[in-house]
Design a protein. Structure first.
Lengths: 503, 486
């Protein structure tokens, strides 16, 4: 079973985040099943523009045995407790989508129903984020690692990283090459397919070298060299709901405090990111070319950023949607080659990770391969589709009328799956419940309320405690949240003691 | 802007069995603003959720939510504990297996426990899968204690259910619901009156001529669904996969001595029979296909679920919503789950279609996966009788076919929403009935088989070392009884 002869030869196209994450994971976790060969061209850049991630990345790193502090220092990373959304429902609004719960996150019904009950009865209770430790830490600029004991308030949040993606791929490359991954430098000029099965059999490089393989991973980015170009897998276009198709990016020196959260600021047409790293702040404006020209976008970005620009604005083009199938014949698309969703909720690396996790679990094996492939496609489609609805919600649930862009997204027809979810929340604050899926209840609650989708009612179980006792308990909890956050170190101080980048 | 509809104020529960009173108690306890009236129609003999004494582990949570303690639900109600079911004769040529509750082994290295087991079994070197279940070991030894200990220790991760003495439990639940302020309104229902325009139920007319009005009507009247059927209903029939269509049940006093911790479900030529016992009451029952058994005795049972348990202002709970044989004891569990869902999703008086749709969606998903789990017992059977050969040859529902295909390939269990039975339960039955993956998960290649074997031996000895120190079932019940008397 562990014969080299029986090993699957995996050829990975692309040496960006998707390619090297896949290479490292396969080499580390399936060393007896596969031999990994990665083809990349240094002439083709990495799209990475400073990445904000989701907490799931920690499980990936842990599985690969990557030490956190070393990784953070190497990628000049900061901690991320969530995202601050500014100006989304109305200009002047700000809400945090936290990686953590509201209340203690235990018990039925969910905490926000008690809060809704008091609000609906006319009590003057402060915004829901005052009852979330993750939100409070973010607002106060504090950070410490979460507690392991679920009884402690300090266990009610998770965290992710904001890091320099152009440094992550090289970090993984060192790891992967140490695990025996072969790397070939070259540009792919030809793709051979088997006339009978349609499988990809070999790649031809500009040097004339041919590289074969049993399984091909397409980590080539937007160009989707194998899945899109060679196999012609159709692209499901979602731009009628997510019309943004450009981003202009421009890093700056950090001028303000190092926030333990990503900033996402709604603009006239689209939105702007602000991702603080240890050595600089990533900035970019995501916009639809149908509503805004590249020049106007660059102008607006330059006017908006804090701190001195380090580079000229650089424009990226994309389209929202996914390939009908991500695994076709013997080609598995990972990352942008299989689909693109704008980085509004930092899902790019998560989607890479989801594909890798599924590939590991459903690694092809003889006659069962079609079954495993179908399961892969079923599950990855579910990930894309649910994230899609979550992103559309941010645009559609707005009251802004100040530009053609906001008028369009506010009034557009949205997928039925989202209509149902919004209607359920609007009625009595209920979140459609899933066991699977990247964004859980607290995320949906934060975004619904932050986007001013205000429920008419609440879960009737929240009416059980007497109002004065409830008010008192909520005030006590709020004070505990604040005191717990205030007792934590400041974000920059925590980084300095834990994972400072090399000088 | 929509005008907020007024809240539901009055609820009428039809049905005076365990299900009806449990619904009334939960509604009053969790939503005190509701006025709850119960019309205590005696449950008919085919209302299995009101009659079956064996209950799954989540009944403990149902009691916790109500604020009921074991002093009530076990000591005073005459219940016993249970740790699973012994299945005999479902696959001839294989030994009996136990579906015991809670964890079977613990994950180590790079994969879940069962992958290590599958690899060892494929190499011919595995003990029975339930050798790794603390609940199975306790049950075999006749010992019971509550799960306890730090996570990861052998007695921390098992689960248990209850074996009820239904008359006593019914008495408890009725008294509790009345104590919480439910109102009992005796009498027979003569007619269900519908409102002309909306088609909603307007009132239930009693035999004495009075009319009981309410905002919401909860139908807990058993399979006849006295209220819900007035609005018209369609049954999704499960007969293709669950071929038993009649049952008999006989009750008698329990034997003195240690109450059993396992029920028995033994296959017979045209169906199966069960035996269960609380400390006070023993039940024997038989399920069979009338055609194959050549017998027309017993109570008819048409298995399936109501397509829309909640329509307009009437929601069906328990057997009124899902009719299913007692295999794996899901009857009262599905009723509790419906009650919990009703409490959690209580809409306003306009009965918004989206809210009802979501209720029905969850209920259907849950019921269909229960159907899959039960159908698995038949599809994975191996017996020579025509009844069983036909059952095993049936084409599985797509969701079960999907589960079986992935499991047979490499032991993978796909996730489904609203699962009643967790991974360990699926594994206990799949592996217990001899459904084996063709290969183990490639992810465990990096753990040498030697290391797996050592870890598995440590798990077995960990369980074996702790079991003798656990008191007998009867001794634990006596201790609880003394504590309750204090």
């Amino acid at each position: 079973m562990t014969d080299a002869a029986r090993k699957v030869n995996v050829t990975i196209v692309g040496g960006g985040t998707a390619g090297w994450m896949t290479a490292a994971a396969l080499a580390k976790l399936l060393p007896t099943r596969c031999a990994v060969h990665l083809v990349e061209s240094e002439a083709i850049g990495i799209v990475g523009v400073g990445e904000a991630t989701l907490p799931h990345i920690r499980a990936f790193n842990e599985r690969l045995g990557i030490p956190e502090a070393e990784f953070m220092a190497a990628t000049r990373a900061t901690f991320k407790l969530g995202i601050d959304f500014e100006n989304w429902a109305r200009i002047g609004d700000s809400y945090i989508h936290p990686f953590g719960t509201f209340g203690r996150g235990a018990g039925e019904p969910d905490f926000h129903h008690y809060w809704l009950r008091l609000r609906q009865a006319g009590h003057d209770v402060p915004d829901l984020e005052n009852y979330s430790l993750a939100c409070m830490m973010a607002r106060l600029g504090r950070f410490d690692l979460p507690a392991a004991d679920p009884a402690e308030l300090a266990s009610t949040f998770g965290y992710a990283y904001q890091f320099d993606a152009t440094l992550f791929a090289p970090y993984l490359r060192r790891l992967a090459e140490g695990l025996g991954v072969r790397r070939t430098e070259g540009r792919i000029v030809g793709v051979d397919r088997d006339g009978g099965t349609g499988d990809v059999t070999a790649l031809t490089l500009d040097s004339g070298e041919r590289i074969g393989g049993d399984l091909f991973v397409d980590g080539s980015g937007f160009v989707s060299l194998l899945l899109g170009r060679a196999l012609g897998e159709p692209f499901q276009d979602w731009s009628r709901w997510l019309p943004n198709d450009r981003a202009t990016a421009m890093p700056c020196r950090t001028a303000t405090a190092l926030t333990p959260y990503t900033g996402v600021i709604a603009m006239e047409s689209g939105w702007r990111w602000r991702i603080p790293l240890q050595h600089r702040t990533g900035n970019g404006y995501v916009y639809p070319s149908a509503f805004l020209s590249d020049d106007k976008a660059a102008e607006a970005l330059i006017a908006a950023v804090e701190g001195e620009p380090i580079a000229e604005p650089r424009v990226l083009k994309f389209k929202a949607g996914r390939r009908e199938r991500s695994w076709v014949h013997n080609v598995v698309g990972v990352g942008l080659a299989s689909g693109f969703l704008e980085p509004l909720e930092s899902t790019s690396i998560y989607l890479i990770q989801a594909a890798i996790t599924l590939l590991l679990e459903l690694f092809p094996d003889g006659p069962d391969t079609p079954l495993l492939r179908d399961e892969f496609n079923r599950l990855i489609d579910l990930e894309y589709d649910r994230i899609r609805d979550f992103l559309i919600l941010h645009y559609h649930a707005t009251e802004r009328t100040d530009s053609d862009f906001w008028n369009y997204v506010r009034t557009m027809d949205v997928p039925d799956t989202l209509k149902e979810k919004m209607e359920l929340f609007r009625r009595r604050g209920r979140v459609m419940k899933y066991r699977e899926g990247v964004f859980l209840d607290a995320s949906w609650i934060a975004v619904y309320l932050g986007q001013r989708v205000i429920p008419e009612g609440h879960d009737m179980r929240a009416d059980a405690p007497p109002a004065d006792a409830l008010l008192k308990a909520m005030a006590t909890f709020r004070a505990e949240v604040r005191a717990t956050a205030e007792a934590m170190p400041d974000h920059l101080g925590r980084i300095a003691s834990y994972c400072p980048m090399a000088a | 802007m929509t005008v907020t509809a007024p809240p539901i104020g009055r609820v009428l529960v039809a049905g005076g069995g365990i299900v009806g009173w449990s619904a009334a108690a939960a509604l009053r306890k969790r939503i005190p603003a509701l006025a709850v009236t119960v019309v205590p129609l005696p449950p008919p003999e085919d209302a299995l959720a009101d009659r079956i004494q064996s209950c799954l582990p989540p009944i403990i949570n149902f009691h916790d939510d109500l604020g009921l303690t074991e002093a009530d639900t076990v000591v005073r109600a005459g219940s016993g504990f249970r740790l699973g079911t012994a299945f005999e004769g479902w696959t001839m040529g294989r030994s009996a297996y136990v579906h015991a509750y809670g964890e079977h082994g613990r994950p180590f290295g790079t994969a879940s426990f069962h992958q290590h087991w599958v690899r060892a079994a494929l190499a011919g070197e595995a003990e029975a899968f339930n050798a790794y279940s603390p609940a199975a070991a306790l049950a075999r030894a006749g010992r019971f204690t509550h799960p306890a200990g730090p996570p990861g220790t052998p007695l921390a991760g098992f689960a248990f259910g209850l074996t009820l003495t239904p008359t006593r439990y019914h008495h408890l639940m009725r008294a509790f619901a009345l104590h919480l302020g439910s109102v009992e309104r005796e009498g027979a229902i003569a007619r269900v009156r519908l409102a002309g325009e909306s088609g909603c139920i307007e009132a239930v007319e009693m035999a004495d001529g009075t009319a009981l009005e309410a905002d919401l009507f909860v139908d807990a009247t058993g399979p006849r669904a006295l209220l819900r059927s007035a609005l018209g209903l369609r049954l999704e029939d499960w007969g293709r996969w669950l071929p038993c269509d009649r049952f008999t049940m006989a009750e008698g006093p329990a034997d003195a001595g240690e109450p059993p911790l396992l029920d028995t479900a033994a296959a017979e030529p045209a169906g199966w029979r069960w035996r269960s016992a609380s400390p006070l009451l023993a039940t024997e029952g038989r399920l069979f296909s009338a055609a194959h058994a050549g017998a027309a005795e017993g109570v008819p049972l048409r298995q399936g679920r109501v397509a829309q348990p909640w329509l307009k202002n009437c929601v069906a709970i328990g057997d009124a919503a899902v009719r299913v044989e007692p295999l794996e004891w899901t009857n009262l569990h599905l009723a509790h789950s419906g009650i919990d869902r009703l409490v959690a999703m209580m809409p306003a008086r306009d009965f918004n279609p989206v809210e009802l749709w979501d209720y029905n969606r969850q209920a259907a998903t849950e019921a269909d996966r229960v159907r899959d789990f039960l159908a698995l017992h038949y599809l994975a059977s191996e017996r020579p009788d025509p009844f069983w050969r036909e059952a095993a040859a049936a084409e599985p529902p797509p969701s079960l076919a999907h589960t079986l295909a992935l499991f047979r390939a490499r032991g993978r269990l796909p996730f489904y929403e609203e699962e009643t039975f967790g991974r360990d339960a699926w594994l206990a039955v799949l592996l217990g009935q001899g459904v084996m993956p063709r290969a183990s998960d490639p992810l465990i290649d990096v753990v040498p088989p030697r290391d797996s074997a050592a870890a598995m031996a440590a798990l077995r000895s960990g369980i074996a070392g702790l079991v003798p120190g656990v008191p007998s079932h009867a001794a634990t019940l006596q201790t609880l009884s003394r504590q309750a008397a204090r």
